[in-house]
Design a protein around this ligand. Sequence first.
Ligand code: NAP
Ligand code: MG
Length: 492
Amino acid sequence: MKKQTTTTPKLDFTSKWAYAPSPESTDHVQLKEQYDLFINGKWVKPVKGKYFDTVNPATEKKLASVAEATQEDVDKAVKAARAAYENVWSKMPAKERAKYIYRIARMIQERAREFAVIESMDGGKAIRESRDVDVPLAAAHFFYYAGWADKLEYAFPGKTVSPVGVAGQIIPWNFPLLMAAWKIAPALATGNTVVLKPAETTPLTALKLAEIIKESGLPDGVVNIITGAGATGAAIVNHPGIDKIAFTGSTDVGKLIQKAIAGTNKKLTLELGGKAANIIFEDAPIDQAVEGIVNGIFFNQGHVCCAGSRLFVQEGVADVVIRKLKDRLESLIVGDPLDKNTDIGAINSKGQLETIKKYIKIGINEGAEMYQSSCAIPSKGFFVRPTLFTNVSQSHTISREEIFGPVLAIQTFRTVEEVIEKANNTPYGLSAGVWTDKGSKIFSLTTKLRAGVIWANTYNKFDPTSPFGGFKESGFGREGGLHGLAPYLVMN
Ligand code: NAP
Ligand code: MG
């Protein structure tokens, strides 16, 4: 019998099939030219009459002008939230509160496409992500916390719980709608009222959420959404009528907030930066791990606080993992966020693009070896090629500081002890990933890695039932799950 021979075809990415453009339609999207502040259930003009532009980072075109709230507007919003808390929301039976939260969840689902498209237009993230991750998860958070509203006594048995009062909530630009949901849903379920400020560069989905909240018939003043820059956030933090601050953003601003409220009675949760270790052992399923690494750092342009930005590969498989990663990088599509084929969309802002480029330069200058995909990137808009660095050591800036972009720093290790030491050698402690065939190794590592979330043989998976939050300079307090209720309650 003739012996059959098979040859493995050599992968040639230069001749890969080009995908036909597949842009998501924007016809169904309704954007106003100008957005006012959502205070006490109404759209009101900012006292000082100032507005700023929000732009599409993929086209650099203006999408809308948005009100800039000053201290006077913050004061109005806090007063509205206080009145709603005292007169309506804290008195309403919990099961009635739950109905509103369910309604908001359903309305997000009904308008999911519009939310997804606006999220991608305003923030630059690939439509596949806003459509499949951000928007469904935002709805899921409202559904999940609606379920808790009338069961708080079971959540904390033996305790008497009551709401904190008025919550001031400040969120970043990387998951605009999802972060709003993470903040608003548990606050409402526990009987608090809210003043929320989205980030300056991504206000539109929060303002769309305000439209839904108005349509849902939620009593006036229970949720107030005000836009503005850092000063607006600071005015919320410093307002004496606020009982609790929930902040997600950078560690630097988190520290400022902590100082600002020291000595006051305000409660605080901080969800801050990260520099996560993604650890690949020799016995890991390599192909899945490579996908996990890609998902860990290139997902959402690396604009992810828990991004697996430090890769640790065990020496025996380092060559093969790095080769496969480079091949995979070549196949990633960078471009129009609204195109359904796009893997990596636009960087959120010009400023952030400059930060990423600065770190890439530092990486090269400090002697690390850079590899970038050879893909074409659009000439207009804020884009960067997915980038990885080898020959990296613990002391390199790119392995110490949060870049918040699609830039991966790769190191190797030999033993479990060595990788634990290296992975923990960071001021951050938000998340980590472990890839191995051995359950025992996973359990041993999860107890030794100083990180709030540890994924095993997967990465960047979120669920409303599971708590999320940091160790060390990644912040304190948990959001999500049963744990996410506690910061909004006074317990006796
Ligand atoms: P940022 O600069 O700290 O901003 C976060 C929010 O705070 C924005 O709404 C910002 O307004 C506002 N702000 C700025 N200065 C303020 C001040 N002095 N007082 C009160 N509020 C102020 O962070 P970012 O650059 O938007 O977001 C990226 C960071 O968020 C990264 O470090 C990332 O790791 C972190 N993050 C953490 C998590 C987590 O769950 N741990 C999740 C997502 C992101 P403007 O937009 O107008 O400046
Ligand atoms: Mg924008």
